[in-house]
Design a protein around this ligand. Structure first.
Ligand code: NAP
Length: 283
């Protein structure tokens, strides 16, 4: 039986601590942190993520403004909205929910958000700072994963970690954070040969690929710590599932994260933390 890291429980505890911290801000700083979330279009997954962020903000006591724009908004309109928010002193964090419609360049949008208000940690200057080990806003999902490992008492130093996935938002930054914790890190991807042979060597396995139940029991060794980042729909049941076949892998793992209720809630929790950090950096 693996130890299950409940991101739901851990994030609830961390949000309660943040709520106590934020409750003191009006007296100390005259106001609470303010997060602005921009949602373009009505993609159901994006709507649900944005709703989750608004709910978490309420729990923590952060002011949340969600600005909804139609799918047809032009790139220039969106960029000028972001520039306005950059200039607005009452706004501490800006998040544009991805993905964006095809006619809008995601990289232009990310680069336009002021580095100081980039609560997602996606701005090139924040990314560069991460890789140069300078102070920066850390991307929420990788940050949440490290918190989960530490909360579960998993020693990272000296361990063989394998990350499957090399995206800018999860795979690459989580690999860097594991490296900073002194793990020996291997990054695997869709062109990796003999993937199962590699993953069987992992003491810590982080899976962020977006393929339902891709990691099966034969791909992990007894006692592996398994972090499942994937959020997918199971084609058979229609329910949410991860990139790891939980039923098969859990009995072999020493520690595992469930989907839902694992990495997802921690991502939102770290967004709250990043908003507070951006607010405090200003004050
Ligand atoms: P992404 O940008 O699509 O990247 C997927 C990565 O997986 C790529 O590097 C790809 O390799 C690799 N990959 C795809 N198929 C593979 C295979 N068969 N074998 C090995 N590697 C393979 O995805 P992402 O944004 O990182 O997200 C990954 C998953 O995490 C998705 O399910 C997403 O919904 C979820 N997610 C969850 C959270 C959360 O908070 N829980 C946050 C972000 C993302 P190549 O580079 O070679 O193409």
């Amino acid at each position: 039986m693996a130890k299950i890291i409940s991101g739901k429980e851990l994030s609830a505890k961390l949000k309660a601590d943040m709520a106590a911290q934020v409750a003191e801000f009006p007296e100390k700083y005259g106001r609470v942190p303010h997060l602005v979330v921009i949602l373009v279009g009505d993609n159901p997954a994006s709507v649900s993520y944005v709703t989750g962020k608004a709910k978490a903000s309420e729990t923590v006591g952060i002011k949340n403004t969600t600005i909804r724009k139609p799918e047809t908004i032009s790139e220039e309109e969106l960029l000028s909205l972001i520039r306005e928010l950059n200039e607005d002193d009452s706004v501490d964090g800006i998040l544009v929910q991805l993905p964006l419609p095809k006619h809008i360049s995601e990289s232009k949008v990310i680069e336009t958000i002021s580095k100081a208000k980039d609560v997602d940690g996606f701005h090139p200057l924040n990314v560069a700072a991460l890789w140069q080990k300078e102070d920066c806003v850390l991307p929420c999902t990788p940050k949440g994963i490290i918190k989960m490992l530490k909360a579960a008492g998993v020693g990272i130093k000296g361990k063989r970690a394998v990350v499957i996935g090399r995206s800018n938002i999860v795979g690459l930054p989580v690999a860097k954070l594991l490296l900073d914790e002194n793990a020996t890190v291997t990054i695997a991807h869709s062109r990796t040969e003999n993937l199962a042979e590699l993953t069987r060597q992992a003491e810590i396995l982080v899976v962020a690929i977006g393929r339902p139940k891709f990691v099966t029991a034969d791909m992990v060794s007894e006692g592996t710590v398994v972090i499942d980042v994937g959020v997918n729909r199971d084609a058979e049941t229609g329910k949410l599932c991860g990139d790891v076949d939980y039923a098969e892998v859990e009995p072999k793992a020493s520690v595992i994260t469930p989907v839902p209720g694992g990495v997802g809630p921690m991502t939102i929790c770290c967004l709250m933390e990043n908003t507070i950090e951006c607010f405090l950096a200003k004050h």
